[in-house]
Design a protein around this ligand. Structure first.
Ligand code: SF4
Ligand code: SF4
Length: 290
């Protein structure tokens, strides 16, 4: 079963939801949590997990063999990213930061003048904490292309055998988010009742509707605004399954790197109930057979 926890904008509490429900569901099932917010992963911080078992994420980089190159310009013309430059009748050269590693130039070169090079764009990690597996994708500082790191992290999560996979996507509706949501049995869209929260939730619901994914809504910090989230939920036939109030307890748990469900305080109940609702959505009223 795959659950995707997502949110239209950053800072809505998406990672707090993902980490807490992972720990609760991890008491009964084997759970793999994937942090796909690769530009700013923070699940390991919220869980106080060390980032272990580092693996590189590399993409293709063209290396020109000028001994074979005929200066035909085909590679330059086919490159959608304008990453290949040719001045007058000179040989092509690459602007590495613009290259997406798509390999179109290599495939198009009839003279076998483009060889395989590689470029490091990020890393993935595998950790174990509070009874769950955590997989983290991290984009290299200064890199802009999150997609290859998201793909590598997804591949690593799904090579691990688990009952439940929970992916914590990045904010927004980018290609990386769409890829993270793909084939989810349930999407949990986390928002807050502010104009920006409502606007961004609508973007997410449009996307999940297009992808035909069952989506439930969690309103976080439900008492900080009065934007009508229920109207948007109704428009997209999505149900609000939980409203979580603002709480200092959550802020403190964030600072301490310790999910609230570990200490059984007042706020733990919200995430335990949410995990129960999710379990019922996935397995029916009786929960999964264990
Ligand atoms: S397509 Fe090949 S031969 Fe043509 S300019 Fe590019 S590298 Fe050179
Ligand atoms: S790999 Fe793709 S993006 Fe990079 S230079 Fe070649 S065609 Fe352009």
């Amino acid at each position: 079963m795959k659950i995707a926890v997502t949110g239209g904008k950053g800072g809505t509490g998406k990672s707090t939801v993902a980490t807490n429900i992972s720990v609760v569901l991890g008491r009964k099932y084997s759970v793999a949590l994937g942090d796909l917010d690769v530009e700013c992963p923070n699940d390991h911080i919220l869980l106080s997990a060390e980032l272990n078992n580092e693996r590189k994420v590399e993409i293709f980089k063209p290396i020109f063999d000028y001994a074979k190159c005929t200066k035909c310009s085909v590679c330059k013309n086919i490159c959608q990213e304008n990453a290949i430059v040719m001045f007058r009748n000179n040989y092509p050269f690459l602007i590495p930061n613009l290259c997406s590693g798509c390999t179109a130039c290599k495939l198009a070169c009839s003279y076998n003048a483009i060889k395989d090079g590689s470029k490091l764009v990020g890393h993935t990690y595998e950790s174990e904490i509070h009874g769950i597996k955590l997989f983290t994708g991290m984009l290299l500082e200064g890199e802009e292309r999150a997609y290859p790191v998201v793909l590598a992290t997804l591949k690593r999560i799904f090579s691990y055998s688990a009952d439940i996979y929970i992916v914590d996507t990045s904010a927004g509706t980018s290609n990386s988010v769409a890829k993270s949501l793909e084939s989810a049995d349930l999407v949990v869209a986390v928002t807050e009742p502010t104009p920006l929260g409502a606007h961004d939730l609508e973007g997410i619901l449009k996307l999940t509707k297009k992808l035909n994914l069952k989506t439930k809504i969690v309103v976080n910090r439900a008492d900080i605004g009065n934007e009508k989230i229920d109207k948007i939920a109704e428009k997209y036939s999505s149900e609000i399954v939980m409203e979580i109030p603002y709480s200092e307890e959550i802020v403190k748990s964030y600072m301490a790197g310790r999910p609230v469900v570990l200490d059984g305080g007042k706020m733990a109940k919200y995430y335990e109930d949410l995990a129960k609702i999710i379990e019922e959505e996935l397995y029916g009223d009786s929960g999964g057979e264990r």
